[in-house]
Design a protein around this ligand. Structure first.
Ligand code: NOJ
Ligand code: CA
Length: 505
């Protein structure tokens, strides 16, 4: 929420909505970057890691927010962006001043290819070459994202020290942990070899995906850096590290670190990335569970600020099923603001585009503005988000799809989320119970819990309760899981409900 009428959400706005987050049942809040930034990539281009951008507030307001959050028994995680700084960061300004600058090696510089042009074929995530020409010093610098986001050279011990100090700065202030931006990107090939072509590339995909990321992403040395970050976290009590990592699950597991000395939670994005098909999701849950090392704690993510929302991917009815899946799977669930009220992606007219990704690579549906529109609090003007003009347009449906309205509606998706979270708190089986799948057909997933689940489902949390028919058809096979209670999730388009059936033999 925006507390000062400039149309942009801020720390004061978050503070005003803590009652709501507490009511919803949120345990920990992750805030996207709030540090000083020229905002070329909406805060992911940081020019000072140890301050707050005036757009969002002050350090004093941050401290007050942290106190309020802790006072309510909740936790607060910050976004830590170690892969790149802003090109306006004093470190980069120094680095580009001359080839002999003290901090020249804090970034990644290369001479042009002998034939002219960039040193190799590496691509930037947001379009074009990953190499930007620096005329003054006659070299290219590497940027995995925008040219305004030069990559730090994490092989340099001074960079390591300076960036680990950033963690300590915020840990000393009392933050409970960090979501680490593109953790898998931190180290690049020392020989700067060309990335090979991606045989699975199809037209319509981001041009970045034309190449594999063999020499730019997920190099073994990244694990050393992750271990350093974890060691800093371990200097403090009860703090945690979440890694933003887009990799196949087989590779993801490495980010838990040797014997669990890596990230506490390498984000598991399968519910965001996979087609919304029961069979595929069930297989993915099974594969993920089977791959988890004994010391690893699972996690599931349903939405974030970079990917289409669940309602737009799967429809409003399936968004309810997704909520149930997210909140009944074993491990830590992460939800994205607005998904709990069923917000959908908002179409953005060309003249309203803010996201540099859409500006650089237009028309492929890669832009992230549609999922970043103002939270819909109520049916008043600007949906109660701002007293001014919001930085992105509001959804057309905000008069009905809003917190105030959906709180009143007993069977709304918002109340479903609220009750699911309550149930999850009450029933340890839902977070720490064993998981076993029961094969029942293409459009159903059955989850078995090894402890008693309260008689929750019988209170009918879904308006169109087809649970009975689903139960009947599954009952026999569900019995085979041998547990006292079974959750059944239907992902078929015609059966939009779910239930929990007693399965005592
Ligand atoms: C991942 C973040 O989630 C995304 O929003 C950002 O643009 C890139 N990393 C670059 O920092
Ligand atoms: Ca504001």
């Amino acid at each position: 929420m925006d507390s000062n009428g400039d149309g942009i959400g801020d720390l004061g706005g978050i503070r005003r909505k803590l009652d709501y987050l507490q009511w919803l049942g949120v345990d920990a809040i992750w805030i996207s970057p709030i540090y000083p930034s020229p905002m070329a990539d909406f805060g992911y281009d940081i020019s000072n890691y140890t301050d707050i951008d005036p757009i969002f507030g002050t350090v004093a307001e941050f401290d007050a927010l942290l106190d309020d959050v802790h006072g309510r028994g909740m936790k607060l995680l910050l976004d830590y962006v170690p892969n790149h700084t802003s090109d306006r960061h004093p470190w980069f300004i120094d680095a580009r001043a001359s080839r002999s600058s003290q901090r020249r090696d804090w970034y990644i510089w290369r001479d042009p290819d002998p034939g002219g042009g960039p040193p190799n074929n590496w691509r930037a995530n947001f379009g074009g070459s990953a190499w930007a020409w620096d005329k003054k010093t006659g070299q290219y610098y590497y940027h995995a994202f925008l040219r305004e986001q030069p990559d730090l050279n994490w092989r340099n011990p001074q960079v390591q020290r300076a960036m680990l100090e950033v963690l300590r700065f915020w840990l000393d202030r009392g933050v409970d942990g960090f979501r680490v931006d593109v953790m898998h990107h931190l180290v690049k090939d020392t020989e700067f070899r060309d990335n090979p072509p991606n045989p699975d590339f199809r037209s319509g995909m981001s041009p970045y995906r034309e190449l594999l990321t063999t020499y730019t992403v997920d190099l073994p040395e990244v694990q050393e850096i992750v271990a350093m970050m974890r060691a800093v976290i371990e200097e403090y009590d009860d703090r945690m590290l979440v890694g933003e990592i887009y990799l196949p699950v087989e590779r993801l597991m490495a980010y838990y670190g040797a014997s669990g000395r890596g990230a506490h939670l390498p984000f598991n994005f399968q519910l965001i990335l996979l087609p919304w098909k029961a069979k595929e999701i069930a297989a993915a849950v099974g594969r993920y569970e089977a791959l988890l090392p004994s010391y690893a704690w699972p996690n599931w993510v349903l939405g974030n600020h970079d990917k289409p929302r669940i309602v737009s991917r799967a429809g409003a009815a399936q968004a309810r099923i997704a909520a149930m899946l997210l909140l009944t799977l074993r491990g830590t669930p992460t939800m994205y603001y607005g998904d709990e009220i069923g917000m959908r992606d908002v179409p953005i007219a060309p003249d309203q585009v803010q996201d540099p990704f859409e500006k650089n690579v237009p028309g492929l549906g890669l832009g992230r503005d549609p999922v970043r529109t103002p939270m819909q609090w109520s049916d008043v003007e600007s949906a109660g988000f701002t007293s001014g003009t919001s930085w992105l347009p509001l959804a057309d449906d905000f008069k009905t799809i809003n917190v105030a309205n959906l709180m009143q509606e007993r069977s709304s998706i918002l109340n479903l989320y609220h009750r699911l979270i309550q149930l999850r708190r009450k029933e340890p089986a839902l977070s720490v119970g064993d998981y076993a799948a029961v094969p029942v057909g293409n459009d159903l997933i059955v989850l078995c819990e090894n402890q008693r689940i309260a008689d929750f489902w019988s209170r009918s949390i879904s308006p169109d309760n087809h649970a009975a028919s689903i139960s009947a058809s599954c009952r026999r096979r569900a019995l085979s899981c041998g547990s006292q209670r079974t959750s059944i999730v239907s992902m078929s388009e015609s059966r939009t409900s779910f239930s929990c059936v007693p399965t005592k033999a």
